[in-house]
Structures are given as C-alpha cells and as structure tokens.
Design a protein around this ligand. Structure first.
Ligand SMILES: Nc1nc2c(ncn2[C@@H]2O[C@H](COP(=O)(O)OP(=O)(O)OP(=O)(O)O)[C@@H](O)[C@H]2O)c(=O)[nH]1
Length: 949
C-alpha cells in the first residue's frame, strides 16, 4: 500500500529558466532543456513535458505528466524530472549522452557535419600540373631525346648543343612519364631510372623515327624516303612543337588571360562537313561523339602526344583522373557523356573538355574541336543554338590560333560556313588551312579546281582528303582499339593514285591525310614560335605583378599546402599538450561529482519532495501520510520504516544506476568538447575538413576507450552497491556540498515561480489563483463537474493550469527551504542521523563514488587518450594524398590566396625559363633548316620552308 501510494506521488519537477526569459516572456521556456532520468519506465509511460498556454503564445517546457498505467506502481518504475537541474547540466549533447548508450551518444556528438569543400576540378588539375611540372625540374634530363634517336650523332656539333639545351629544360610529368614508360614497355634493359634515360635506346632509334609514325610513313603506300637531314630536322621540329604544346598546357593552368597562351589549331566546319572524320584520321581512331542529336556541345581540347617507341595507344582526361584509357570506344563514350551533360536548353557550353592522346602514330599537335556550325535549326533545336555556336567558334578562331576550316567538296566553297567564318577574322587568309573533305564525291577535275580556289586564297593552302573509313574495314575496327590510319591512308591513296593526271607527282595541289598531318605540324610549330616572344613578354609582366604581390602582401613568406598543414598540426598538438598538462584528475572529479549531484537531487525529488498538482481535487490525507510529512522528519522516530525505505531505496538506485557509464560518458564528452574548443584556437578552425577529421578521430578513440572503461569502472564501484561506510569527514563534506546544491535548487525554483507569476498576470492575480486552488485542495471549495475545461471560480482553464504549476513551485520552494534548514541543523552534523538527513547521506555516497571514478578515469581514460590521440591525428594527416592536402589548405580563403600567389609566381618563373630555352632552340633550328635548304636543296626542304612562311 505504502509502495503504491508512494509511487503515485513521489515524482516531482521544478521549472526554471530565468536566463531565457524575455520581456514579454514569449520564449520564457522555449529554450529550457529537458532532463529525464528514467529508472525503467518507458518514455511513453513517463509522459514527460507540458505546455504553458497564454494568449498569443504557446510555451512549452517539460515537466511531468503522469501517464503510467495502473498496476505499474513500483518504486523502481518511477520517472524523475527535475527541470531546474538543467541550468547547470552539461550542454545539450552531454545530456543526451547521459540518457542514451555511450555508443550512440558518441555517434551523435561526432555528427559535426562536414561540408565537403569541392575544390574545383580545374583548380585541382591546375595544381596537379603545376606540381608535376615543378617536380620535373631535376629529373627531365636528356630523356626528351629518346624519341629523336640517333639524330644527334648524325648531324654533328650543332645538334649536340641542341640536345644539351633541350635536355636542360623541364618537362611536365605526363610527358616525362611517357618517355620513361616507353622505355620500360620496350624492355630494352639498362639501368636508367627516371632521371637517366637509357643510352641504348637513344642510340638505337634512327633519324626520323619519331616523325615517321606521326606522318604515317610506315605504311606500304607511303615510304619514308626522306633524307637523313630532312628526317632529323622533322624530328627536331616535332620535339620543339611538343615542348611548346607542353608550355601551352602549363599556361592553361595559370589562367585564361588571352595574352598568356600559345596558339592552337581550331577545327571549324558545318555539320557533316567531315570534321570528326578528319580528326579521327589524324588520331587513327574513332573516338569522337557521334549522333544526330548535336552531340558536340563543348569544345574538346585535344592534345596529341607522339610516343615514337611505345606500342600502346591511349587517352587521358587529365581533369577527370580516369587514368589511361586504351579502349577508344570508352573515350568516345566518356566524351559523349560529357557533352550530353550540357542540357539541351543550354545548347552549348564554353567549358572545354581536355583530352590527351598518346600514340606512336600521332603527330604532336594541339587541336580544338568545336561544335559544327548549323545552317538552319532543326524543329526541335532551340532558336538561339545557331547564334551560340557561332559565338563559341568566334571566341576560338581569334588570332593567333590557326583555323582548320573544313569544307566538303560536294558543297560549293562559296557556301562554306567554315571559310566564311574564317574570312571574317582572317581576311588575308594568313592563318587558315583549308581542308576539303569528301574529295571522292566530286569529279577529280572539279576537285583540283576547288583546291586551287582563287576566291579565297589561303597562304597556308588547301589540302584535299578522303577520310572515310572504307566500309569493308569498318567491322574490323568495331572493337574500338584497332588503328584506322592505315586503312584510311590506303583507301585515300587508292583514290588519288587512280587519278594520276590530276593528283599525280606533277600536280600543284596538295592531297592526302599524311600531307595534312605534316602541314599541321609545321604550321603549328611556326605559329607557336612566332608567338613565343609576345607570350614571353606577357608572362614577364604577369611575373612582375605576382612578385610584387608576393613581396608586399606576404612579405615573401614561402608557403605550400604541405608546410601549411604541418604548421597547423604542430600548433594543434602544442595546444593539446598544454591542455593535457592541465586537465587531470581534479577536473574529472568535478565533472563526475556534478553529474552525481544532479542524480542525488533527482532522487530526492523522486522519493521525498512534492509532486506536481495533477488535478483540482481535495488533497487525500492518506496520500500525505503515506508520502511522509517532510516537516515532521526531524522529529520522526529513528526506526520509522517509511524513512528507512526511502533512504535505502534511494541509495540503492544511486549506486546501481550505471555510474560507470555515466561518469565515462560525461568525461568523454568533456574531453571531446575540449578538443573542439582547442581547434578554435588553431589555424584548423578555418578548415571544415580538419575540424571534422580531428573531431572524428578523437570521438573514435574516446568511443573505444569508453567501452572498456565504463565496464571496468562499474566493477570497481560494485562493492558500494552492497555496503557503504562513511567516516566523519566524508559526512561533513557531504553536508556542505548538499547545502550548496539545495541552495542552487531553491534559487532555480524561486526564479521559475517568479516567472510564472508574471505569466499569471502579476503577483496579485497569481495570489488569487493560488488561493482558489488551495481552497479546493483543502476541500473548502467543491467544483461542480469533473473538469475545469471551461474554467472555475472566475478563472479561465488556462489560468488554472498555470496556477497548478505555480502552486507546485511554491510548495517545492517551501520544502527546499525546510530541508536546507534541516541540513544545516545540528541534527545533520552526525552521520548517526542519516535517516533524518537523507540529503547529506546521499551526497556523501555520491562523493565516495566520485573518488573511485575519478582515479580510475584519470588512469584509464585520460592518460590513454592523451597518448593515442596526437599520434592518431599525426597518422591521419600524414597519410593524406597531395590532392587532399591541397584541398585542405585551400579551404581557408586567406591561405588559398597566399598559395595562389606563390604558385602563380613559381609557375610563371618556370614557364618563362622554359620559353627562353625554347627560343634559343627555335633560333638554332631555323638556322639548321636554312643550312639544310642551301646545301641539300631538296624539294622537301623548299616545301617545308613554304610552310614556315
Ligand atoms: N565519301 C566520303 N564520305 C565522308 C568523307 N569524310 C566524311 N564522310 C562522311 O560524312 C559524314 C559526316 O562526317 P563527319 O566526320 O561525322 O562530319 P562532322 O562534320 O564531324 O559532322 P557533325 O559531327 O555532325 O558536325 C559521315 O557519314 C562520314 O562517313 C569522305 O572523305 N568521303
């Protein structure tokens, strides 16, 4: 009976949140935290939380609303809610940890959301290329000459000097790798290593070996009958082009400034003019997007890299990091996907796709493929499409780029969109190469007339081609990796050879894909060479600016992503070390004691103090008797079983409530909070990635440590579950400590009461409401009906609700004052009176538990965490790859700007140095050409000279 009555009345709550009170009181309780210590009752039964209503606001703060079912009345089944305790409790997260298993708790605190900083791919790539370019400073060596083979031994001193010059230049990683991998693939032995090209491989190649493949001179039809000098000069020319393309790539990483670029070949033509076929004939593979649905929507910046001694042919999308793709149908698919990713509504995008193709059968070229001009939009194409394509092409065909204007032979040249566009920007026809495709579709005589067009004479001339893959060969290439160069060349040669009267050796027109390849190479080299001086001037200006910025803004302080990470990590570790020196057992003690104090107050509320006023009914005297009149406690019989039961059950609950987990979790949370606040004092604070990494690392370690520690601590505390002996000192400490805790509880309670008074309309009004409820409880007023939904005694239902709360707080404050006086009394100075002074006893027990817990946690948790955490962090950050380090450093805008200036400056210096070297080489190469032309007087030389203007 006692048990039943007790259980129905021993739950209590106090509300407070003075700090959150506003003038209007509108959010008075809105921010009030909620704490519940459930001793076994499911949440649905505890029914925690209640709502204050007043006009214009719905204020909610959790208190107790009993809703447990009949028959569940048992001491162990009671919820305890002391709202007041929240003001002093751990932060919200910590309170969660107390209530839920450590495992889940740690997952919650670790939920600091990491906003993945998406460093732009372009940025990453820029950094990547830059880094690689820089790396090569000491390693390029003479490797570039591997491809040129024995040229140098044949042409004497001048070439030897050239070899030294070029060898001294740096080479981007992709190019360098290409050379060395080539050596490896061929398995030609030798020691070598990346910085030492294999001598044997240099000597083994013959003059013109590099260009033979690139010119497609390996076939049966096209024999390489160049003289050694010519072949050597071709190789040299190709090497220079390669270096310039390489510089062009580096410049692309610096920025989009128009002055900071080297020319490229831009392919334009109307739809179905045969652009793709020409490009694929040059590359030797079908790799461009095909389809009727305007599949080329973005510019494709195609860099062809000749790898003379390699067997493998493959492509790479440097910005995508997909690695080597040897299946060209896969390249085609990727290009198609990238293009189709541009929504049809947007028509075209200016964002170029970068693609590099490595092959022994391609010349070194830099080409840009553009969407085909359209004459008339199809019914399902946006009206602005035509205009957009035109604008995009205009942007690319500006000087100094070379225009490869593709026109089909079966369309009148006067109607060629490509030539019309080129004429607008190159009226004198100085940088346009006319390519006439589908020569096989017109009569040979008509063909030669087109190629000798006088209406729009081009200084670089016209080349007639037949680029169609012969039907019978098509099935052979369907697998996407076989080379189609031979098939196309053979087919093309067959056509032109079949008409010797128009296309024979005596003909003045230039025909054939191999001729086109050669022309492209020579023209590109010459155009790039011509741009070297002006580009170099622009680079010098940029460099002067970057150097000035570096000096003035950054005091010439060098910075790299790696050094920045290392410094930041050191700063963090230093601060953490200081923290660990200061944060020890006494801090843990404070945390654990604070937690246990709250548990003690909850138990007191649960077992001793008043319960919330649930209904407006007269108070049942039986209930009061069963609850025990606290006012009578000091004079109660020392053997009264009611008070024995209350204290013994409270003590038992306190020692058995899982202090191991509670203390461990609270300590782990405090450590985690400290780690997070240390981050705020270090450069890491500006880096979400670092914040997340550090938080997660510490969280993981603490979670691991918590598992074992909490169980072991529980075992250590086990003896207290059965027997607790206190000495006088412990009792004395408990008396002082609980007095302080009760005083605080009283302050909280009074503050909550004051606030409620305000909400009731002031003290006077509150007094009236409370006096009315008092009368009901004393039985002096009898309410008609069972509910007060419509109000009673002239008070609205809402006022009565709040009145009940105010009554509860008023009575709670009275109890606290009473017990505070009791705790301070002489009676409570002796531990013999523990049943008269349950507060002191429980607090002393809490203190005893704390002493064991703090010792254990200091040894098992703190010291292990202090050892493991910095090491784990070090390992985490050190194992980041270059890209991740770069992304990390760039998260901070200030650091990003600093890095940008440093890198820009270094990159510009690097490019400038390369360009200077190239200019010397280029001058020497021109001398060679002139000498070769004078001495040999061969027709090849003359022709070539023509290409070079
Ligand atoms: N007979 C013949 N057909 C050719 C020649 N070159 C290309 N073709 C065909 O012309 C058609 C169009 O060629 P593409 O290379 O796709 O033309 P394109 O300019 O890239 O076309 P879009 O991608 O639509 O702009 C294809 O069917 C080719 O097979 C050629 O020299 N002779």
């Amino acid at each position: 009976m006692i048990s039943r009555l007790l259980s129905s009345r021993t739950t209590a709550s106090v509300s407070q949140n003075v700090a959150s009170t506003t003038t209007e009181g509108s959010s008075a309780f809105a921010n009030t935290a909620r704490r519940q210590i459930s001793t076994g009752t499911p949440a649905s039964q505890t029914g925690l939380g209640y709502t204050l209503h007043r006009p214009g606001a719905r204020l909610s703060y959790p208190l107790h609303r009993r809703a447990w079912p009949p028959g569940s009345y048992a001491l162990h089944n009671l919820p305890a809610v002391r709202h007041a305790s929240f003001a002093r409790a751990l932060p919200k997260l910590a309170s969660k940890l107390i209530r839920i298993p450590a495992m889940f708790g740690m997952a919650i605190i670790g939920g600091v959301s990491y906003i993945q900083y998406q460093a732009t791919q372009a940025g990453n790539f820029a950094m990547d290329v830059f880094g690689k370019g820089w790396d090569t400073a000491s390693s390029a060596g003479n490797s570039v000459f591997e491809g040129v083979g024995g040229v140098f031994s044949r042409v004497g001193r001048g070439w030897d000097k050239t070899k030294e010059d070029v060898g001294g230049l740096k080479m981007p990683e992709w190019l360098r790798r290409e050379y060395f991998e080539r050596g490896d693939q061929e398995g030609d032995g030798g020691s070598g290593g990346p910085n030492q090209p294999k001598e044997s491989s240099i000597g083994a190649a013959s003059a013109g070996a590099a260009t033979a493949g690139a010119f497609a001179l390996n076939g049966e039809e096209e024999e390489d009958n160049r003289s050694a000098d010519v072949a050597a000069r071709d190789d040299q020319m190709m090497m220079l082009t390669r270096k310039m393309i390489e510089i062009r790539s580096l410049l692309q990483t610096i920025g989009q400034s128009e002055s900071l670029t080297l020319p490229s070949i831009v392919v334009v033509g109307s739809q179905s003019s045969g652009k793709s076929s020409v490009l694929e004939a040059i590359v030797g593979h079908e790799f461009l997007p095909k389809g009727s649905n305007m599949v080329t929507r973005r510019p494709i910046e195609l860099t062809l890299v000749n790898t003379p001694r390699a067997h493998a042919e493959y492509g790479e999308f440097p910005a995508l990091g997909l690695g080597k793709i040897t299946d060209f149908s896969q390249i085609q698919k990727t290009l198609t996907d990238l293009n189709l990713a541009v929504p049809e509504k947007q028509c075209v995008s200016e964002d170029p796709i970068q693609l590099r193709i490595y092959s022994p059968n391609v010349p070194d070229l830099s080409l840009i493929d553009l969407p085909g001009y359209i004459q008339v939009e199809a019914f399902d194409q946006p009206t602005e499409l035509k205009m957009k394509i035109q604008e995009l092409c205009e942007k690319y065909i500006k000087a100094p780029n070379i225009i490869l204007a593709i026109s089909a032979a079966d369309v009148d040249l006067a109607n060629s969109t490509a030539l019309r566009a080129s004429r607008r920007v190159d009226p004198r026809g100085e940088r346009t190469i006319g390519v006439v495709t589908k020569m096989d579709l017109v009569d040979p005589i008509r063909g030669t007339q087109i190629l000798s067009d006088k209406n729009y004479p081009l200084r670089l001339g016209y080349v007639g081609v037949v680029c169609k893959i012969p039907q019978e060969s098509k099935s052979l290439f369907s697998r996407g990796s076989a080379n189609i160069t031979q098939a196309i060349t053979r087919n093309e040669a067959a056509y032109f050879n079949a008409h010797p009267e128009t296309f024979g050796p005596e003909s003045t027109v230039v025909t054939g894909t191999p001729s086109l390849r050669k022309k492209l190479m020579h023209v590109l080299e010459a155009t790039m060479s011509a741009s070297l001086a002006s580009t170099s001037g622009a680079i010098q200006n940029e460099l002067a600016q970057a150097t000035y910025e570096f000096r003035v803004q950054y005091n010439e302080r060098p910075l790299s992503a790696e050094s920045y990470l290392a410094e930041s990590l050191d700063a963090f570790k230093h601060d953490f070390k200081n923290f660990s020196n200061e944060y020890g057992r006494s801090q843990v003690r404070e945390i654990v004691k604070r937690e246990l104090d709250q548990q003690v107050l909850n138990l007191l509320a649960q077992r001793y103090w008043n319960a919330p006023v649930e209904t407006l009914q007269p108070t049942d005297p039986l209930d009061v008797a069963a609850q025990g009149d606290l006012a009578a406690l000091p004079k109660a019989d020392a053997e009264d079983p009611l008070w024995h039961l209350k204290l013994d059950s409270s003590t038992s609950t306190l020692t058995k409530l899982g202090i191991g987990r509670l203390a461990t979790t609270a300590t782990a949370q405090a450590l985690q909070n400290s780690v997070v606040s240390i981050i705020q004092d270090t450069p890491f604070k500006a880096h979400p990635f670092a914040v997340e990494t550090i938080s997660k690392t510490s969280e993981n370690i603490l979670r691991e440590l918590s598992y074992d520690t909490s169980d072991e601590l529980e075992i250590c505390l086990k003896p207290y579950k059965y027997r607790i002996e206190l000495d006088d000192n412990e009792w004395k400490r408990g008396k002082e400590s609980i007095a302080t805790a009760l005083q605080q509880e009283l302050r909280d309670c009074e503050a909550a009461h004051r606030m409620l008074d305000e909400q009731l309309g002031g003290r006077r009004k509150a007094k009236d409401v409370l006096s009315f409820i008092d009368k009901i409880q004393r039985g002096e007023v009898v309410l008609e009906g069972t509910t007060t939904a419509g109000g009673a005694g002239g008070f609205s239902a809402e006022l009565l609700e709040r009145g009940k709360e105010a009554l509860f707080l008023r009575d709670r404050a009275a109890i606290l004052r009473l017990r505070l006086a009791a705790v301070k009394s002489r009676q409570c100075s002796s531990k013999a009176n523990k049943y008269h002074c349950p507060e002191v006893f429980l607090d002393a027990v809490a203190d005893k538990l704390t002493s064991t817990a703090d010792l254990f946690l200091d040894a098992e948790m703190l010291s292990k965490f202090y050892y493991q955490f910095p090491r784990a962090l070090e390992q985490k950050f050190r194992s980041l790859d270059d890209g991740a380090v770069e992304r990390f450093a760039r998260e901070d805008p200030k650091v990003r700007r600093h890095l940008d200036v440093v890198k820009r400056k270094e990159l510009l210096e690097h490019v400038l140095k390369e360009m200077e070297g190239l200019r010397q080489l280029e001058a020497r190469e021109k001398r060679m050409v002139n000498r070769g032309t004078q001495t040999a007087g061969d027709t090849e030389g003359k022709r070539r000279k023509g290409w070079l203007f």
